[in-house]
Design a protein around this ligand. Structure first.
Ligand SMILES: [Ca+2]
Length: 368
């Protein structure tokens, strides 16, 4: 959740986030790497492929030979048995070969587990000029998933700021949940396609996001319709490395995709590998990593899951399509504010809550 704007210029004062700077937005520049995963974004991105076992039934030759006189050869029917079908039992949730599940949330309950997450009630994100008041009431857990729904409604947020939009944010640091430095962080989620909605899954260093931040998935619909970003901000080196990947057409009904980072020791430092649907689309080795010295290896990261509304990097949900008001420029290309390219950008559909909802099936943390 970081970007080009200097932190000093956009430090918010979130009541619930004493140590971390606000997410500071994306970049809309050409990313350092971009991976096209087969099938995306112009076709449905790869999902689980199930190959049905072939069922081969060879029709029996039916031979009836009339006897020359009164004897009839018995009717013979031969059926070749279908190949034996091997039924593979799906692995238990969270089972991953070579890894041990050490944390996360399946979100299969009926309310958010407040021993794992703090639901913000503030205007965290002011540093990016985001527009929403973040409220627990915009977060729900039901039907096997967590749902963060952004709404167009006017509320007075704690602190007195009146906002015309609401949304949700879950953080683990406020409840003391930190995770190992070297781990795999994975989410399965559906992302809404709309200008002004900015779903994200990211890690903040225990000493704050200004020390280190790992953006596992950010979706800037208006800047890169149908594509997700992974970005590193380490030791104050903003946008140190990033990659993006197409996950589905930007006018599609949102489908489930997995997003993950694997952080591992490397002979030259610390390695970050980013995956979408288990396809690696970005990798970077940080040879400096001063940030590793200032937190215990067993508890380096927190987890943040949120959906921002509006601001510098995603455009206003009800504003000019393709225009980033905060940055006063077009999100894709063109001449701001009225001549921006809008190809692939969808208008938010407030009347349909499903179209403004970021759904998360699970978050899992593994170590080797
Ligand atoms: Ca689930």
């Amino acid at each position: 959740m970081s970007g080009l704007i200097g932190l000093a210029a956009c430090q918010p004062t979130p009541p619930a986030t004493p140590t971390g700077p606000a997410p500071t937005g994306p970049t809309v520049e050409t990313p350092s790497t971009e991976t096209t995963v087969p099938g995306a974004p112009t076709t449905v991105a790869p999902s689980t492929t199930t190959t049905a076992a072939p069922t081969t039934t060879t029709a029996a030759p039916t031979t009836t030979t009339a006897a020359p006189t009164t004897t009839t050869t018995p009717r013979t029917t031969t059926t070749t048995a279908a190949p034996t079908t091997t039924t593979t039992t799906p692995p238990a949730p969270g089972t991953r070969a070579g890894w041990t599940l050490v944390g996360g949330d399946e979100f299969n309950g009926t309310s958010v587990d407040t021993s794992k997450w703090k639901m913000y009630n503030n205007t965290y994100g002011d540093g990016n000029h985001e527009l929403a008041c973040l409220q627990p009431s915009n977060v729900a857990e039901s039907g096997g998933s967590l749902k963060i729904t952004s709404k167009r409604q006017t509320v007075t947020c704690p602190g007195g700021s009146v906002r015309n939009y609401t949304s949700g944010f879950l953080g683990s640091r406020e409840v003391g949940k930190y995770f190992p430095r070297y781990a795999r962080f994975e989410m399965r989620a559906k992302l809404p396609h709309a200008q002004g909605l900015w779903p994200a899954f990211w890690l903040r260093h225990k000493n704050g996001a200004s020390t280190a931040e790992v953006d596992i998935m950010e979706y800037f619909h208006s800047a890169a319709p149908g594509k997700g970003y992974a970005t590193l901000h380490l030791d104050g080196r903003k946008n140190l490395s990033k990659g993006r990947v197409g996950f589905e057409p930007s006018n599609a009904t949102p489908a489930w995709h997995t997003w993950a980072v694997e952080i591992s020791p490397d002979p030259n430092g610390v390695k970050f590998d980013f995956f979408m649907d288990d396809v690696k689309f970005h990798s970077y080795v940080d040879t400096q990593h001063n940030w590793t010295a200032s937190a215990d290896a067993a508890s380096t990261w927190d987890i943040a899951i949120n959906q921002a509304v509006g601001g510098d990097w995603i455009g206003d949900p009800d504003g000019t399509l393709g225009y980033l008001r905060g940055a006063d420029r077009c999100s894709i290309s063109g001449t701001a504010p009225g001549g921006c390219v809008t190809t692939g950008i969808q208008r938010v559909k407030w009347a349909d809550p499903a179209a403004t909802t970021y759904s998360i099936d699970y978050v899992r943390v593994y170590t080797r």
